[in-house]
Design a protein around this ligand. Structure first.
Ligand SMILES: NC(=O)c1ccc[n+]([C@@H]2O[C@H](COP(=O)([O-])OP(=O)(O)OC[C@H]3O[C@@H](n4cnc5c(N)ncnc54)[C@H](OP(=O)(O)O)[C@@H]3O)[C@@H](O)[C@H]2O)c1
Length: 308
């Protein structure tokens, strides 16, 4: 018997992706089966044929266009973004809904920005909830993700939508939020909700197994600033690390698209999984950097001084 109840057969899209790769390992480690989806999500007939051939008990959608080297890419490749993040995403949700098959989407919480009703520093009492509608349209990536979430509300009886934010892993993957900001010339300093994947990816599989559908703010509780993240990186991983801050206005001048900053209220997620520990974000990042140090030591990694 697989951990956490009945053995599942997951059909996963996004098999070559960062989050998809971690999910494959977790599913196997839990003793469940994972079949790697080959179809491109925009090819509705191919996806339908794959689902019907595989006959999964659950579907996971970790496929998406995020842009390389960053989301600015999406400003200049709008049709590609729509093809996967809207057409593909809706195809899969609709095909699963037609078959009454539970689907989990690794979506984004970068569809909100602090405003008068949800001010920076307001804490959990003014943080965005799952009932809130997207209010950040400063990048094409976020605009389309916000549109898509709105349409996905029609499917929530068989769909779980996870609002991932600034995901952090236990290594120096270039996709890890801490790796990214540690390499910037200058970094802004704004508290945000963030997703420590070590804590949250197992939670996503628990939601899937238990068919806990709906939208979830998929982050560790609380908000942590860029500087607080870098201080924890410095404490555990690279004691000589230094960085320079700049303002949001200065950042806007060097980017093609704006970036979202927000705090999400994670109580729905925490209350849905009382048997799982989802630590407060400062505790989670502290533990994550400690695990990162251990993993890097095992690889013989040494920090490279800035500018060298
Ligand atoms: N990483 C982040 O910072 C972040 C933050 C918040 C939310 N998310 C969300 O989490 C999801 C996964 O992110 P990730 O970081 O793991 O992305 P990733 O590393 O870029 O992986 C995305 C995967 O999606 C696949 N894919 C793209 N278009 C596809 C299509 N039309 N049909 C089938 N597969 C397709 C890609 O396969 P190919 O390479 O073969 O195209 C790739 O394996 C995305 O939806 C993203 O929006 C990510």
């Amino acid at each position: 018997m697989a951990a956490n109840g009945e053995k599942q057969k997951f059909l996963l899209y996004g098999k070559n992706g960062w989050i998809g790769g971690m999910l494959i390992e977790l599913i196997k480690a839990a003793g469940d089966e994972v079949v790697l989806g080959d179809a491109r999500l925009e090819n509705r007939e191919a996806v339908a044929a794959e689902i019907d051939a595989v006959k999964p008990t659950r579907v996971l959608n970790a496929a998406g266009v995020t842009g390389r080297p960053n989301v600015d890419w999406c400003e200049f490749n709008k049709q590609t973004v729509i093809r996967t993040n809207i057409i593909g995403c809706l195809n899969l949700a609709d095909l699963c809904w037609q078959r009454q098959l539970h689907c989990t989407l690794y979506a984004t919480g970068c569809i909100f920005e602090y405003d008068d009703a949800h001010p920076l520093g307001g804490g959990v009492s003014t943080a965005f909830t799952e009932e809130d509608r997207a209010n950040f349209t400063g990048s094409y990536y976020s605009l389309t993700k916000g549109f898509c979430e709105e349409m996905l509300r029609a499917y929530l009886d068989h769909l779980t939508v996870l609002r991932v934010r600034m995901p952090i892993s236990d290594d120096l993957s270039p996709r890890n939020f801490i790796t990214k900001i540690s390499k910037y010339e200058k970094v802004v300093n704004i508290p945000n909700s963030m997703t420590v994947l070590h804590d949250l990816l197992p939670a996503s599989l628990a939601l899937s197994k238990r068919k806990l559908s709906g939208i979830y703010n998929f982050c560790n509780p609380g908000a942590i600033s860029h500087n607080e993240c870098l201080e924890l990186y410095k404490k555990h991983v690279d004691p000589d690390y230094t960085w320079t801050n700049f303002t949001l206005e200065e950042q806007d001048k060097i980017l093609a698209a704006k970036r979202s900053n927000n705090e999400l209220d994670c109580s729905k997620l925490v209350n849905a999984l009382p048997d799982l520990e989802i630590p407060e974000i400062h505790v989670a990042v502290d533990r994550c950097c400690a695990r990162m140090k251990k993993n890097l030591d095992a690889q013989g990694w040494k920090p490279t001084p800035r500018g060298s």
